[in-house]
Ligand binder design. Structure first.
Ligand SMILES: *Cc1c(COP(=O)(O)O)cnc(C)c1O
Length: 375
C-alpha cells in the first residue's frame, strides 16, 4: 500500500533510513573491531531484527523480557544490565545472556558464581561520577545520588575475581567529545583495574548517526582502549540505531478555538509520544514551521482528558481541515516502546516502508490490548 493509504494513527519505520544508520554503525565496527549492539529499550521492533542482525553484533537488555526478545528474535550476542536482578529470574537470564552486568558488589557476590559456572561473562557497572550533560538530571546516571554503578569510593578491588569487564553508561544524545571526557574520568578512577579486564562497554547515548557526530573521535577513543589496555570494546546505542528512521502519521479530527487555533489529532502526546512531555522535546512535523512562521498556526493536541496533552504549536501554509494527515518525524525511538492506553486510547498501528516505497502494516491493535492490561 502507499504511504498515504496507511491507517492513522500509525508508526512507520523506513527500512532504507534504518539501513543507512546500520551501515554507519557497521562501518565503525569494521574500522575498529569494536562490537556494537542494539539497546532494545529504545527500539524493539522485532520485524526489523533480521535487518539489524545483518549489521550489528547483537542486543542488550534492561531485564528479563528484553533479554528474551533479543534471544528469541535476533539470536546473536545478548547482554543484560539491570540495577538489581530478582532471585526468581536470574537462572533464565543466565541461560539466555552472554554478558551479565551487575550494578553492585552485593549483586555480584550473590549471582556471580552461577553465571560463571554457566560459562557466561560477568561485568560490573561503574559510575565515573563525570556529568557531561547539563540540565538533564533525569537522564544523567552521574547525577548526585544516582543509583547507577559503583563509585570509586565503594569499589572493592578484593572482589574482582571472575569479573571480565567493566561497563559504564553516562551519556544521552551526546557527541564523542563527551565520551572522551568520560573515558578520562574512567581511567583516572578505575584505570588501575583495566589491564586485568577482557572488555569494556561504553554504554549508550552516543548519537553516532547524527549528522554532526564526530566518528573519527569515537574511533580514536575505541582504539585507545584497545591499544592501551588490550580490551575488547562494546558500544550499546539505542537511539543511534533508529534515529530519524521512523514517522508517526496522524489525522486531524477537529478544529477548535480558544484565543488560538487548536487542532485535535487522533493521537496523543501522553499515550503515543510520552517523551514529548517527559523529556521534553518538540517532534519535527513534515511541511510545518515554528509558531507564526507560516500563515496558519495551530496548537496540536491529543484526544485524552489531560490538558497538557499537547504536542506543540506549529504553523502551516494552508489552513488545516478535518481529515488532513500530518506526519511527525523521528518517531521510531522511545515512542513505540513507551505507548500506553490511558483514557482507553487505541495504540497506533505499526508499519514498514520498504526500500521500494511500498508500505505494509505489520501490527494493528484494538480494544483487547486495552482490556488485557486491566482486571
Ligand atoms: C539507555 C541505555 C542505553 C541506550 O541509550 P541510548 O541513549 O538510547 O543510546 C544503553 N545502555 C544502557 C545501560 C542504558 O541504560
Amino acid at each position: 500500500m502507499r504511504f498515504d493509504e496507511l491507517p492513522t494513527p500509525c508508526y512507520v519505520v523506513d527500512e532504507a533510513l534504518l539501513e543507512k544508520n546500520l551501515k554507519i554503525l557497521s562501518g565503525v565496527m569494521e574500522r575498529t573491531g569494536a562490537k556494537i549492539i542494539l539497546a532494545q529499550k529504545a527500539f524493539s521492533m522485532t520485524a526489523m531484527y533480521p535487518l539489524i542482525g545483518e549489521y550489528l553484533a547483537g542486543t542488550t537488555a534492561s531485564g528479563l523480557y528484553e533479554a528474551r526478545l533479543g534471544h528469541e528474535e535476533m539470536g546473536k550476542e545478548n547482554h543484560v544490565f539491570a540495577p538489581a536482578y530478582r532471585e526468581d529470574e536470574i537462572d533464565e537470564i543466565i541461560s539466555i545472556c552472554d554478558h551479565i552486568i551487575f550494578n553492585s558488589f552485593s549483586q555480584l557476590e550473590r549471582f556471580k558464581d552461577k553465571a560463571l559456572q554457566a560459562g557466561k561473562k560477568v561485568g560490573l557497572r561503574i559510575n565515573p561520577e563525570c556529568s557531561t550533560q547539563d540540565g538533564h538530571e533525569i537522564y544523567d546516571p552521574c547525577s548526585p545520588g544516582s543509583r547507577f554503578g559503583v563509585t570509586s569510593a565503594d569499589f572493592h578491588s578484593d572482589l574482582l575475581e571472575g569479573i571480565s569487564g567493566l561497563h559504564f553508561h553516562t551519556l544521552c544524545q551526546q557527541n564523542s567529545d563527551d565520551l572522551e571526557t568520560t573515558l578520562h574520568a574512567v581511567e583516572e578512577k578505575f584505570g588501575e583495574w583495566l589491564p586485568q579486564m577482557e572488555w569494556i562497554n561504553f554504554g549508550g547515548g552516543h548519537h553516532i548517526t547524527r549528522e554532526d557526530y564526530d566518528i573519527p573521535r569515537l574511533e580514536a577513543c575505541i582504539k585507545r582502549m584497545q591499544e592501551t589496555y588490550g580490551l575488547e570494546v562494546y558500544i550499546e546505542p539505542g537511539e543511534a540505531v533508529a534515529l530519524n528512521a521512523g514517522y508517526m502519521i496522524t489525522s486531524v479530527l477537529d478544529l477548535h478555538k480558544n484565543g488560538i487555533d487548536i487542532a485535535i489529532l487522533d493521537t496523543s502526546a501522553t499515550c503515543h509520544m510520552p517523551d514529548v512531555l517527559e523529556m521534553p522535546y518538540r517532534p519535527p512535523l513534515l511541511g510545518s514551521g515554528e509558531a507564526g512562521e507560516k500563515n496558519y498556526t495551530y496548537r496540536l493536541g491529543g484526544q485524552t482528558c489531560l490538558t497538557g496533552d499537547v504536542i506543540g504549536d506549529y504553523s502551516f501554509d494552508e489552513p488545516l481541515k478535518s481529515g488532513d494527515r500530518l506526519v511527525f518525524g523521528d518517531m521510531a525511538i522511545y515512542s513505540m516502546v513507551k505507548t500506553n492506553t490511558f483514557n482507553g486510547m487505541p495504540l497506533p498501528a505499526i508499519a514498514i516502508q520498504h526500500k521500494d516505497g511500498d508500505c505494509k502494516v505489520v501490527r494493528e491493535f484494538g480494544y483487547e490490548e486495552f482490556k488485557v492490561r486491566l482486571a
